[in-house]
Design a protein around this ligand. Structure first.
Ligand SMILES: Nc1nc2c(ncn2[C@@H]2O[C@H](COP(=O)(O)OP(=O)(O)OP(=O)(O)O)[C@@H](O)[C@H]2O)c(=O)[nH]1
Ligand SMILES: [Mg+2]
Length: 322
C-alpha cells in the first residue's frame, strides 16, 4: 500500500540527573563534593534517504524516543550522553507540526534536528563555594523536547499521468514500467497514486506517477477528491490522457484543465503533453480529426492497450524532463 501521510510522536531523551556525592578517601574524614553532571539526552533527527519510497514504516510504529542521558557519578564523572535517534524518510517528505510546515526534506541526505535532548543536570561538585563547601544538592536533567508531527510524502515523480477515470492511465503505466497498477473497465479503479520507473534505452530512466482519475469538482472533493493532486505539483511535465473513444473529447479536456486550475493555477504552467488514447477503437479514429481542430495543440495518438505510439510518447516525455 502507498502511505503518504502519517502522524507520529517524537520525544528526545531527557538529560541525566546530576548527583550528590562526596569524596571518600582513606585518611580523609570528610572529602569534598564529587557528584558529576548528568549526560545530555539524545536528539531526534529526521533524514531523507533515497532508498525509501514510502512512509510505510511509520504506519506500524508511531512513537519514537531517543535515549536518556546517563546520570552523573561520583568522582566528578559526567554521565554518558544519550544516543541520537535518526528517523529515515523518503526524499520529498514534508514535516508539519499543527498544520505548520517545519521543513521539507527534498533531497537525499537532507536532515533536520526535530527535537532536542535535555541538558544534563549539574552534580553537587559544581555548587561548592567558599561559604558552602559541601553542598548537598544537585540539578535534575532537563526534559527532552517532544512534538506531535505529521509526515507527508509528496511523490517525486518527474512526470505525472492525469486524466479522467477510465482514460487508460494505469494501462499506460503498466505498459511502460514494471509497476502493475490495477486496470479495470470502471471509473476510480486507481485509489492511490502508483509510481513506475520508465526505462529508456541507454540506461536512462524517469519516474512516472499514475494518479486516480479526476472529474469535475475534484478540487472541492468530488470523486476521490483532490488529495492526491499534490503528488503532481512537483512533476516537471503532465501527461494528459484523453479517452478519444468517448464523445466530446475537447470539452472534457478543457474541463479537466479547469479543474487543475481551481486546485492550483501553477499546474497549468507546467509543460503538458496531450495524449489521445484508445486509438485502436473505431470511435476514437472518428473523433480524432475534430478533436485536433478544436484543441489547436499537438496531440499524440496512442493505444495504451496495443502499445502503438507509446514509444514515441515516452521519448517525448523524456525530452521534456531531461
Ligand atoms: N481499447 C482500448 N482500451 C483501453 C486502452 N487503454 C485502456 N483501455 C481500457 O480502459 C479501461 C480503463 O483503463 P485503466 O487503465 O484502468 O484507466 P484509468 O485511467 O487508470 O482509470 P482510473 O484508475 O479509474 O482513473 C480498461 O478496461 C482498459 O483495458 C486502449 O488504448 N484501447
Ligand atoms: Mg487507474
Amino acid at each position: 500500500m502507498f502511505i503518504d501521510r502519517v502522524d507520529i510522536f517524537v520525544k528526545a531523551g531527557d538529560g541525566g540527573n546530576g548527583v550528590v556525592a562526596f569524596r571518600r578517601e582513606k585518611f580523609v574524614p570528610r572529602g569534598g563534593p564529587s557528584g558529576g553532571d548528568g549526560g545530555k539526552g539524545g536528539d531526534i533527527i529526521i533524514k531523507a534517504d533515497r532508498h525509501l519510497r514510502t512512509l510505510l514504516d511509520f504506519q506500524y510504529r508511531h512513537h519514537f524516543r531517543a535515549q536518556k542521558g546517563e546520570n552523573g557519578k561520583g568522582n566528578k564523572q559526567t554521565g554518558k550522553d544519550g544516543t541520537d535517534l535518526i528517523l529515515k524518510v523518503p526524499p520529498g517528505t514534508l514535516i508539519e507540526e499543527e498544520e505548520e510546515i517545519l521543513i521539507d526534506l527534498v533531497k537525499n541526505e537532507d536532515s533536520f534536528l526535530i527535537v532536542k535532548g535535555g541538558k544534563g543536570g549539574r552534580g553537587n561538585a559544581r555548587f561548592a563555594t567558599s561559604v558552602n563547601q559541601a553542598p548537598k544538592y544537585s540539578e535534575k536533567g532537563e526534559k527532552g523536547e517532544e512534538k506531535r508531527l505529521t509526515l507527508e510524502l509528496k511523490l517525486i515523480a518527474e512526470a505525472g499521468l492525469i486524466g479522467e477515470p477510465n482514460s487508460g492511465k494505469s494501462t499506460l503505466l503498466s505498459k511502460v514500467s514494471a509497476a502493475r497498477p490495477k486496470v479495470a473497465d470502471y471509473p476510480f479503479t486507481t485509489l492511490e497514486p502508483t509510481l513506475g520507473v520508465v526505462k529508456l534505452e541507454e540506461g536512462e530512466s524517469f519516474v512516472l506517477a499514475d494518479i486516480p482519475g479526476l472529474i469535475e469538482g475534484a478540487h472541492k472533493g468530488a470523486g476521490l477528491g483532490d488529495e492526491f493532486l499534490r503528488h503532481i505539483e512537483r512533476t516537471k511535465v503532465l501527461v494528459h490522457l484523453i479517452d478519444l473513444a468517448e464523445p466530446n473529447p475537447a470539452q472534457r479536456y478543457f474541463q479537466l484543465r479547469n479543474e487543475l486550475k481551481l486546485y492550483n493555477p501553477l499546474l497549468l504552467e507546467k509543460p503538458e503533453i496531450l495524449v489521445a488514447n484508445k486509438m485502436d477503437l473505431l470511435e476514437a479514429k472518428e473523433n480524432l480529426k475534430n478533436f485536433k481542430k478544436e484543441i489547436k495543440k499537438e496531440v499524440i495518438p496512442i493505444s495504451a492497450l496495443t502499445g502503438k505510439g507509446v514509444k514515441e510518447l515516452i521519448w517525448k516525455v523524456w525530452k521534456e524532463i531531461s
